[in-house]
Design a protein around this ligand. Structure first.
Ligand code: CUA
Length: 319
């Protein structure tokens, strides 16, 4: 399980594809401009040096015939390129701005310092669930995302699937995405939001519809009852300590300050894309969250060795 690169120079979905040629055009133009300026600067520096006169002053610059021509040519080229960029941007905006009329999936995504909450709504309350830092979508489906900000302004960005949209407290912004092929696509908060802004990543997992349906069914399940004494002790710790912030559906833990942990071990990463999710990383995260992610609201638990092992034994059943 490794970290997926962001990669904005190719696309995996209709919304990102609409802006990709424009991205490349502007990137290549920018590179060409840098090269042209570097060349002109180099040529100017290599030209004949002006001599200092007897009075200690540099000679006055003399403008010959047609000296204004390079300036006019430069302005003309820039104007044409900028006009093309303007027109192209308008066309690309018109393609990506309208929201899908009949989205197959609607998800409420709430950005917190520093993690992502994804709520899958449904008309039947028992068909709704909440997950964190990992958004599953079926391949080919138009997905409408309602974006919320819980505390400060964050920004939602999955470069291979969809552009940046701010997530503002007290306001609901809309965006959409559609993944054309199965895969895991990394997203990242794109608005500086405090100490752990860089550790505010998430993943969009695009799956074939049958696999997505299976994932959805699994997410709707409540947590299984503990099967061993160690797991039972772990559950007691969850209900006594973790319950202050977290939910584990099917237990008395029902707080919504931090991520819903009912299926925490089904997720690829921990702490908003900061750590790969396995028993060892989970242990480190529980014992020293401030060492991993300074400033996070997760406090260190200061458990004894046996307590930590019991807690891990229980958490590992939350698949
Ligand atoms: Cu959230 Cu940057």
């Amino acid at each position: 399980m490794s970290r997926i690169p962001l990669g904005y120079l190719d696309s995996a979905g209709a919304r990102a594809a609409a802006t990709l040629p424009l991205t490349w055009f502007l990137l290549l133009v920018s590179i060409a401009v840098c090269l042209a300026i570097t060349y002109l600067l180099w040529r100017a520096l290599r030209g004949p040096a002006g001599t200092i006169g007897a009075d200690g002053k540099a000679p006055a610059v003399r403008r010959g015939e047609g000296a204004a021509r390079p300036i006019l040519v430069g302005v003309a080229i820039s104007s044409v390129i900028l006009l093309i960029a303007l027109g192209w941007t308008m066309v690309a905006l018109a393609q990506v701005a309208p929201m899908p009329r009949r989205p197959e999936i609607e998800i409420d995504v709430t950005a917190h310092q520093w993690w992502w909450q994804a709520d899958y709504g449904a008309s039947e309350p028992d068909q709704t669930f909440s997950t964190a830092n990992e958004i599953h979508v079926p391949v080919g489906a138009k997905v409408l995302l309602r974006l919320h900000g819980a505390d400060v302004i964050h920004s939602f960005w999955v470069p291979k699937l969809t552009g940046k949209t701010d997530m503002i407290p007290g306001q609901v912004n809309l965006t959409w995405l559609q993944a054309d092929k199965p895969g895991v696509y990394r997203g990242q908060c794109q608005e500086y939001c405090g100490l752990q802004h860089a550790h505010m990543a998430f993943e969009v997992v695009a799956e074939p519809p049958a696999q997505y349906a299976a994932w959805r069914r699994a997410q709707l399940q409540t947590a299984p009852p503990p099967a061993t004494p160690a797991q039972a002790e772990g559950l007691a710790l969850v209900e006594y300590r973790c319950a202050v912030c977290h939910t584990v559906r099917g237990t008395t833990a029902g707080s919504n300050v931090g991520p819903d942990l009912t299926h925490v071990m089904s997720r690829r990463m921990l702490a908003a894309g900061t750590l790969p999710n396995n028993r060892a990383m989970l242990a480190g995260w529980i014992e020293d969250p401030q060492g991993v992610k300074p400033g996070t609201l997760m406090p260190a638990q200061q458990l004894s060795g046996p307590q930590l092992q019991a807690l891990l034994a229980y958490l590992e059943t939350l698949k």
